[in-house]
Design a protein. Structure first.
Length: 322
């Protein structure tokens, strides 16, 4: 074990019930792994609320206390140990990483990237979700002057809109009905136009049946719908009228598919993360306005209750204080 102090981990012990557990340190990293002391983690509200609610199938029943569910995947911290085969990193490097809600974690070195000196741990904690947003936009093939729309302006939708704007799709239109998100979209400079139609590239990021139908409704003939919202319900679709007759292309974009391969994705998750961090370093991409709450890890239950009430946006947990 490498950590002398206890390691705190956020787990779900029952549906919609999270708890902070303490363990005696973390193991030495395997040859291709690194160990990080976590500074900040970002709550991915859609995925994590679904997981904590028991909607993903990761746990069943009403009592998970014997097998509590760890979760979280967007973090930033400092490397405290490196595996024997890891050459890209050194102890003391600041990194953005795919890591759970915990004060320390052993992770694959491939799922981390060095934080530029002028990028904070808070912004670095967005790295995993930003890598996903880059993947979503890469999958779309959006080009200069394409009209784009984001259906659902939750955190993934917000990051996708920002990255699509970077890609040159200057006319990003937002479809959203929640007043706080409409206000945020306008603050960020996006157009909220619920009556818009004939949009060439439509990003469905809400993960709901209504959002999926909205995406098919507003996409232009010959356009593309990128399904990125982790829709977990069955959907009835008039394939002939909504897809076939319009010549619509449906494209799935999930974080797990960020694997570079010939004829497929050009970029891996690590490459997407590194690109995102580079844009953060130049300030062409700014995420601080998305943060609604900064809370201590010990307040995680309150953070999830707040998100369940739809009263927050990006919530960052601080693991350095108790």
């Amino acid at each position: 074990m490498i950590a002398s102090q206890t390691v705190r981990r956020l787990v779900a012990v029952a549906p919609n019930r999270v708890a902070l557990r303490e363990d005696d340190g973390v193991p030495e990293p395997a040859p291709n792994d690194i160990t990080i002391q976590v500074e900040r983690t970002l709550i991915s509200a859609g995925t994590e609320l679904a997981k904590v609610a028991g909607l993903t199938g990761a746990r069943s029943g009403n009592d998970w206390s014997r097998d509590p569910l760890p979760f979280g995947y967007s973090a930033a911290g400092t490397i405290v140990a490196v595996g024997a085969n890891v050459a890209r990193f050194s102890i003391g490097d600041r990194v953005s990483a795919w890591a759970p809600h915990a004060s320390a974690a052993v992770i694959s070195a491939e799922r981390a990237a060095v934080l530029p000196a002028n990028v904070s741990f808070e912004s670095g904690a967005f790295g995993t979700l930003l890598a996903l947003a880059f993947h979503i936009v890469h999958r779309s093939g959006a080009q200069l002057s394409h009209s784009c729309a984001v259906v659902g302006f939750g955190l993934v939708g917000q990051l996708t809109a920002l990255v699509a704007q970077l890609a040159g799709a200057c006319n990003v239109i937002v479809f959203e009905h929640r007043a706080s998100r409409v206000a945020l979209a306008r603050e960020l400079g996006f157009v909220v136009a619920p009556d818009a139609r004939d949009i060439e590239t439509v990003f469905e990021t809400a993960g709901s049946v209504s959002a999926f139908h909205d995406a098919l409704r507003v996409v232009a003939p010959g356009g593309r719908v990128i399904v990125a919202g982790s829709l977990r319900e069955k959907v009835e679709v008039d394939v002939y009228r909504e897809i076939h007759l319009k010549g619509v292309t449906l494209i799935g974009a999930h974080g797990a598919t960020q694997i570079a391969r010939p004829g497929g994705n050009r970029f891996s998750e690590r490459e997407n993360r590194e690109m995102a961090l580079a844009y953060l370093a130049t300030r062409r991409l700014v995420v601080e306005p998305l943060v609604s709450h900064r809370m201590r890890a010990v307040e995680a239950s309150d953070a999830f209750a707040l998100l369940e009430r739809k009263a927050g946006n990006a919530v960052v947990l601080d693991w350095t204080t108790r």
